[in-house]
Ligand binder design. Sequence first.
Ligand code: NAG
Ligand code: NAG
Ligand code: NAG
Ligand code: NAG
Ligand code: NAG
Ligand code: NAG
Ligand code: NAG
Ligand code: NAG
Ligand code: NAG
Ligand code: NAG
Ligand code: NAG
Length: 542
Amino acid sequence: MVKLYNKLLGTLAVGVGSVWALENTTVYEFESVKGLFEQEYRSVFSDNVSQVQLRDAVVINGTVVYEAGAGGDGGSLDEWLQEQRNVSVQRVLENIGPSGLYPSVLPGVVIASPSQAHPDYFYQWIRDSALTINSLVSHTHTHTHTLLQYLNVTFHLQRTNNTLGAGVQYTNDTASLGDPKWNVDNTAFTQDWGRPQNDGPALRTIAVLKIIDYLNEAGADLGSGYPFWSTKEVFDDIVRWDLRFVMDHWNSPGFDLWEEVSGLHFFTLLAQLSAVDKSLGYLNDTEQSSSEFVDELRQTRQAISEFLLDPANEFIHPEYNYVVETPAIAKTLRSGLDISTLLAANIAHDTPKASRLPFNVDDRAVLNTLHNLMFRMRSLYPINSNATGIALGRYPEDEYDGYGLGEGNPWVLATCAASTTLYKLIHWHISKQQDVVVPMHNETSNAFWDQLIFSNLATLGSDDGYLIVEYNSPAFNQTMQKIFQLADSFLVKLKTHVGADGELSEQFNKHTGFMQGARHLTWSYTSFWDAHQIRQEILNTF
Ligand SMILES: *[C@@H]1O[C@H](CO)[C@@H](O)[C@H](O)[C@H]1NC(C)=O
Ligand SMILES: *[C@@H]1O[C@H](CO)[C@@H](O)[C@H](O)[C@H]1NC(C)=O
Ligand SMILES: *[C@@H]1O[C@H](CO)[C@@H](O)[C@H](O)[C@H]1NC(C)=O
Ligand SMILES: *[C@@H]1O[C@H](CO)[C@@H](O)[C@H](O)[C@H]1NC(C)=O
Ligand SMILES: *[C@@H]1O[C@H](CO)[C@@H](O)[C@H](O)[C@H]1NC(C)=O
Ligand SMILES: *[C@@H]1O[C@H](CO)[C@@H](O)[C@H](O)[C@H]1NC(C)=O
Ligand SMILES: *[C@@H]1O[C@H](CO)[C@@H](O)[C@H](O)[C@H]1NC(C)=O
Ligand SMILES: *[C@@H]1O[C@H](CO)[C@@H](O)[C@H](O)[C@H]1NC(C)=O
Ligand SMILES: *[C@@H]1O[C@H](CO)[C@@H](O)[C@H](O)[C@H]1NC(C)=O
Ligand SMILES: *[C@@H]1O[C@H](CO)[C@@H](O)[C@H](O)[C@H]1NC(C)=O
Ligand SMILES: *[C@@H]1O[C@H](CO)[C@@H](O)[C@H](O)[C@H]1NC(C)=O
């Protein structure tokens, strides 16, 4: 069987009217039995006819998703990004104890938001804290003390009894680690809540491994004030417990990251897979790669991976080819579309080593999730009509308005996550020198590339084939620029709605665009910071 591949080699994009066309398309074919990148391509024919084009603009019913010419914003976007980055970093640090603004917050505690009423988010969540600390350790090299205090808080929370069970020093049953929410003085929150939430220990592992790397590289002295003296003890006394939890509980139901639905969730599973994989990397690097514990970790990595990829578990929508967040409710309550798919891809694939895990940012199902969310939310949120850029929310069926049940709105962290995924896609292709491999026309299963980046994929024919845009060709560079423009469009949209002095709340109102819900949400600032950071890395490096 022969598959057709259209490989774009050294071709130039030239302006044809307002449309950028890629010239000199060459069609290659080869046997499909070998891996894609091991193939010798055989030229079948070439011509100069513009067969495939980059889209000049994407406009959906009056909403300009992006258009050529820097989104009409020019230099002022860069200026605002700088300012908003500085505000975001400052706000993140203010939301970590000890804090001059919020004296009751103990050192190393990350509050979700300073809001203590309507709504009351003045607590620490394992998830929000881990993601925030992960950003802090990834993007700066100057907060060693804060990182050590976070480790200290973690050590104590793991050893504190809560409604799910006893702390880890009393028992080998790790059930208590599934508690998602704690008071700011490190005592257990004991009122009713959606428990357990099984992503917390995994996200914490990802953050703590980064801290260990950082401490080792910096040669930092851990001091004698903490219950751990070396990074090896941090791994043994903190990370091992969280991994034990993942191994024991990955296939039991828990609440999703939005704390609403109990079951097995894509976000939780991919976070767990990533935590296990990164830990195996650490154990290998520190020459601790043969033990019963390591064997069990390897088996867990295999099991979670197979579980996510098994079609019978329906994590991929069969027709639209997007990720389904919680398959158990996808046929009755939800489309399955959820920004948490992008959040999961972003956190799981934040180092080049992780690219061999499934569901990287170039995964078709991940990109189609973004495409489908954009199309659904364009019409769901009136502020997206007749404007530039699309603001995104958590999932289309959302009814939480930041205070209670009402109308779902766009979220800051959702809109930023879309940018981050696309910047990461660019960063990955360039740093790994990967060709862009685009499946041929299929307006449903290949919607991202077909409807947001290229036009005319249909003219390439065969549904089974691929368009290959070769690394570092002019076509490649232009494709990257196009994706960059699309990534920027989300931040352009956010810029319109950001509060006075760069304030970011949880949501912005879908009718008025004003900030709404918990004020100064740490995760909102963190997610903006993440988007800005990867964007800056692209601009600095390439
Ligand atoms: C297309 O290919 C022809 C023949 O190889 C070459 O002379 C021409 O410069 C190419 N055009 C572009 C725009 O790359
Ligand atoms: C391709 O372009 C080159 C240079 O522009 C031209 O000489 C050649 O005839 C063209 N080939 C075809 C098949 O159109
Ligand atoms: C555009 O608007 C029309 C009429 O309201 C509607 O039928 C169609 O589904 C919309 N298209 C998209 C992509 O939202
Ligand atoms: C942001 O902070 C950096 C580093 O502190 C500083 O150099 C820069 O001038 C600041 N930019 C803006 C726009 O405030
Ligand atoms: C925690 O729970 C264990 C097991 O039930 C019990 O032995 C211990 O006394 C409790 N610790 C505290 C501080 O309450
Ligand atoms: C936990 O397991 C370890 C190793 O199997 C054992 O030494 C220890 O006694 C156990 N602790 C408790 C509290 O059961
Ligand atoms: C570590 O945490 C414990 C428990 O919260 C606290 O008593 C202790 O002061 C902390 N240590 C440091 C050095 O901050
Ligand atoms: C394991 O460590 C060795 C060096 O100790 C390294 O060569 C190898 O690439 C590592 N394997 C993985 C999967 O990280
Ligand atoms: C958007 O523009 C279209 C066409 O100009 C118009 O019919 C429609 O009423 C506008 N919608 C909004 C919400 O302004
Ligand atoms: C696109 O792909 C999907 C899933 O593979 C398939 O169900 C559908 O029939 C295809 N559509 C077209 C137009 O080929
Ligand atoms: C693509 O962009 C890179 C980075 O800007 C540049 O070094 C390279 O020369 C470009 N390649 C082509 C073929 O234009």
